[in-house]
Design a protein. Structure first.
Length: 285
């Protein structure tokens, strides 16, 4: 079974397109491309990745799919699509023709709660099952109630929660995040990425102890069969190296059975994103 990083990014940096990279993250205001990541994967024992969109454009999706076509170890892409557009169906049909498009994402953390309930946005999500695409939920903890309502409107759509919904780790606040993510986890069509936590903590002084209550919460809520390892590289590097984050996650799940550990580090990603188990299969889907 391959070890898979279920969440990483590539970009060619411009200040105009990546304005969300604020001063605390100034170190990642540069290009990050496959050649930068491959040595880190090798050192950490990771075989493949899922590349996730960082810009809200079809050009971004095409950029990532182009990189995936050139690199067998990019096993899938979560792109952006105009889900709220009147031509969402045609756009999705065109994009889904690429065998490595596995899902789509809109940056909901930047939207008001009302956006979750928009008829046009929900009509776009309702199209995803016919193309076999997942939807990545990128939200912050205060948006969990709206996310629960969104998921309930689409019981047959696979949702993948990014960054455990970005709880307030730096302040150590657990509620209402803990209760709400536990409620979300009752929906069997939702899986969750163990990713993005170090950048919600104290960037310079976080410890495994700061993260432990949050990891234990999602382990209890989703169980080992619905958790996916993700690095959030290169964003994670403002607080931890790629290798350190991989080691931290492995330490947190070390008490689980070997099969459960393998699932979190690969098997669950293959299942959630419907990734073929070999590159040869990928060429024939």
């Amino acid at each position: 079974m391959r070890q898979i990083d279920a969440h990483q990014h590539f970009w060619r940096y411009t200040a105009e397109e990546f304005g969300w990279i604020g001063d605390p993250m100034a170190a990642i205001r540069r290009d990050f491309l496959p050649g930068d990541l491959r040595p880190l994967l090798d050192a950490a024992g990771i075989d493949a990745t899922i590349a996730v969109q960082a810009r809200q454009s079809i050009e971004e999706t095409d950029f990532l799919l182009g990189l995936a076509a050139e690199n067998d170890w990019i096993a899938g892409v979560v792109g952006w699509a105009p889900l709220g557009s009147s031509d969402a169906d045609a756009a999705l049909e065109c994009m889904a023709a690429h065998p490595k498009l596995r899902g789509v994402r809109h940056v909901l953390q930047a939207e008001p709660d009302e956006y979750f309930h928009r008829a046009d946005f929900n009509a776009g999500i309702a199209l995803l099952p016919q193309f076999g695409l997942t939807y990545d939920l990128l939200i912050v903890e205060r948006q969990l109630p709206a996310a629960i309502k969104l998921v309930d409107r689409h019981p047959n759509q696979p949702f993948i929660l990014d960054h455990i919904a970005k709880p307030l780790i730096e302040s150590g606040q657990l509620e209402p995040w803990r209760s709400q993510i536990t409620e979300l986890a009752r929906r069997p069509n939702v899986t969750c990425k163990l990713s993005g936590m170090v950048t919600e903590a104290d960037l310079d002084g976080w410890t495994e102890g700061n993260l432990r209550p949050y990891v234990e919460t999602v382990l209890d809520a989703f169980g080992p069969s619905r958790l996916l390892f993700g690095s959030d590289w290169p964003v994670c590097t403002v607080a931890a190296s790629y290798g350190r984050w991989a080691d931290v996650v492995r330490a947190f799940i070390a008490t689980l059975g070997a099969d459960e550990q393998r699932a979190i580090f690969g098997g669950n990603a293959e299942k959630a994103y419907n990734i073929p188990t070999t590159p040869h299969e990928a060429e024939n889907i």
